[in-house]
Design a protein around this ligand. Structure first.
Ligand SMILES: C[S@@+](CC[C@H](N)C(=O)[O-])C[C@H]1O[C@@H](n2cnc3c(N)ncnc32)[C@H](O)[C@@H]1O
Length: 395
């Protein structure tokens, strides 16, 4: 058995003034889940692969006279395999238990959380909600990644419970790989900009689909003189995101309820437009619309940069199948098709010149205070800390 780093305990999660209060039992629940996920990713997952190589693939080859060529063929062939079924059922249970743990913690203190957010949100005019913004069907029709009520559902006036649940559980789901404030992606982008483009000093930054602001906060900190606008369609996320940012002492982000498909800013309003883990939750019709809007909103010489899970092109069908698990078992209806897109072509269709397009890999910045040992694999298929970053400079 290879030496693996244990996930950091949830007691190290980054707290702030709207983070839910917790007891030892909550830490124990999240620690159990982080370790279960770690076990599934590092111990059981290799055995699933062994079952594929030693049983399922040879049986497929015997029947068809060739190896499986697509992830769909691999998925159908693996569906009846016992070890895959065990791994998959445990993974799904772990997602459901994570939601129960987070919601159980949040709902028993929801009134106090709403009051804390209200107090912080009253401190300035950086939160702009708009009840006329409709949550698109692609973001509301299913409970994305088993999150009851999705991002947008409000149970009470000024509700923040969905956001507090999102914030407290992601550290366990990712095994702390994104840092105590779950901001490793935003930190990676800020670091990439500082290292690769030190002259680039955006004055206005737009982040689309900011959720609770995990990844826009480090960018706002990296560019403290910039005016940052973070939008989302879900009011509970924005209330919490604004309160969280202010609680963390970050005052240059304005949080607005708006739909990234059509925004009311003038052409060329932004120097930098970002998203993080956003596109796999956009429908096939919404994504091109949003990309065209980004092109319109970007100033000449501006940059758009997007952090996502790796695309499937050139990836072995088995690896694709494992990464595709979320599409079939974790309520991610756009995941599978999104990871097939030709992003260069989509960006070109949105107006970006082909020679201004780039694709690179960035690894979420690991918080060495809580994660002193670098993980051997660094990967937890589906929630990896290694992302594709694609984007373009506007001519
Ligand atoms: C996976 S989360 C993004 C995570 C976030 N960027 C981060 O760094 O933690 C997707 C978010 O996009 C929002 N969203 C979905 N459709 C949108 C749209 N058309 N315009 C703006 N936000 C949208 C959802 O409400 C949700 O908060």
């Amino acid at each position: 058995m290879s030496q693996q780093a244990l996930p950091p305990s949830w007691q190290h999660v980054g707290r702030h003034a709207v983070f839910p209060d917790s007891a030892l039992d909550d830490t124990a629940r999240f620690d159990f889940l982080a370790n279960l996920n770690g076990y599934l990713a590092t111990q059981l997952s290799p055995k699933v692969k062994l079952a594929y190589e030693q049983r399922v693939k040879p049986a497929f080859e015997k029947e068809k006279g060739r190896a499986p060529e697509t992830r769909h063929e691999v998925r159908k062939a693996m569906a009846a395999d016992g070890i895959y079924q065990t791994w998959s059922a445990l993974r799904r249970s772990s997602m459901e238990m994570r939601q129960q743990a987070g919601r159980g913690l949040v709902l028993k203190q929801v009134d106090a959380l709403i009051e804390k957010a209200r107090a912080l949100n009253a401190s300035d005019d950086g939160l702009q909600l708009d009840a006329s913004v409709k949550v698109p069907r692609y973001s509301s029709a299913v409970d994305i990644h088993c999150m009851p009520g999705g991002y947008h559902t409000e149970l009470l006036a000024d509700d923040v419970s969905a956001a507090a649940n999102y914030d407290c559980g992601i550290f366990a789901t990712t095994g702390g790989m994104l840092g105590r404030y779950n901001d490793g992606g935003g930190q990676a982008l800020a670091q990439w900009l500082q290292e690769q483009h030190p002259q680039f000093k955006p004055r206005r930054i737009l982040d689309i689909g900011c959720t609770v602001g995990h990844n826009i906060v480090p960018l706002a900190q990296a560019f403290p003189d910039a005016e940052v606008i973070a939008i989302d369609v879900a009011a509970p996320m924005l209330r919490y995101a604004h309160a969280r940012a202010r609680a963390l002492g970050v005052n240059n982000i304005r949080f607005r309820q708006a739909n990234g498909e059509a925004l009311d800013y003038a052409d060329g309003s932004f120097d930098l437009i970002t998203t993080s883990m956003f596109w796999h939750e956009s429908s096939a019709t919404a994504m091109p619309r949003k990309l065209r809007e980004i092109h319109r909103l970007l100033a000449a010489g501006g940059l758009t940069a997007h952090l996502e899970q790796p695309q499937y092109h050139g990836m072995d069908p088995y690896e694709q199948f494992i990464r595709d698990w979320d599409a079939y078992n974790n309520n991610e209806p756009f995941w599978s098709v999104m990871h097939e897109y030709d992003l260069r072509q989509m960006m070109a269709a949105a107006g970006f010149e082909a020679d201004r397009y780039f694709e690179t890999k960035v690894r979420g910045v690991v918080d060495r205070d809580i994660f002193p040992v670098a993980s051997e694999s660094g990967e937890d298929h589906g929630r990896a800390a290694l992302w594709t970053m694609f984007g373009a400079w506007k001519a």
